[in-house]
Design a protein around this ligand. Sequence first.
Ligand code: AHM
Ligand code: MG
Length: 329
Amino acid sequence: MALIPTLTQYLLEHLAKHPQQRDLALIMSDLSAIGKYISRETNRAGIAGVRGAADAINVQGEQVQKLDVFANELCKDYLRRTGHFCALASEEEDTVVDMEGYGSSARYMIAFDPLDGSSNIDANVSIGTIFSVHHKRDDIAAVAEEQFFQNGHDQVLAGYLLYGSSTVLVFSFGDGVHEFTLDQGLGEFLLSNERIRIPEACPYYSTNEGNTPFISQKDRQFIEYVKMEKKMTTRYIGSLVADFHRNLVKGGIFLYPGLDKDGTGIYKGKLRLNYEAKPLAFLAEQAGGGATDGARDILDIVPDKLHQRTALIIGNKDMVEEYRMRDQV
Ligand code: AHM
Ligand code: MG
């Protein structure tokens, strides 16, 4: 029987080549443990009383924890206790997370979306956890919000866990994108795809077509172009991690352009730079793809707000470039 490397074996091998990345390898291992907990809860959601309203009481008379509340509390508690982070930011929290005295000598900070795909959480549709790790900035207070105002190129680790028909962990230290699949029986992540490259062919586009009334004419034209001229077909799950992963593996482009819902002529992005766009843009670039907000490479944008939102067009490099140059399409 061929032996498939476990994540632990892979990280030990990585560490032998890059001994200075010891803490990052440990961080990756901690994130995989979090993924196992969330995967277990996600799989048992219907019977474990973690679906539905967070203020309900279950049949055991216990407080029902919604899956997203559970994931957020788990990420915060687990990550701050690792001691690897000077600061934590969660998509679910208004401000940076209280470190409760942990991480005073830490060298990294982390932004995470504990459970992305909120509209799908209670419907047994794929959801995910996204993470983005940077070096701590030494020129400002360790827990300052400004720790999170760094450009995407400077990420030292980014990735996601996708809770789908199987649970996969996809990450990059900046040396390619690797995928591990959770073997539920072994309780181990096993290497399932190394150095993933986004296929050159781009047969799919993923966008919420229900937003058509709110997008710009240029965006409407581009979506018509991929349909009518490029003959691409649509796949839209509505969970960013799942849509991104599908395009990473099958070839495609994901589009969440700015929306003008109140008729002001200002088109606003929905997705968050720190928790969603930036980490996925890092993976896209590492896999030979690209990401833009229409004007800039997502990785070049330096946030000036913790929860800054952005338009996001991500996936196949040529199509992302065509989008950026869409005046000429
Ligand atoms: P969330 O952070 O509230 O879960 O919202 C982000 C999600 C993404 O996973 C997904 O790409 C997008 O919102 C879907 O939005 P829509 O329902 O407007 O198509
Ligand atoms: Mg989200």
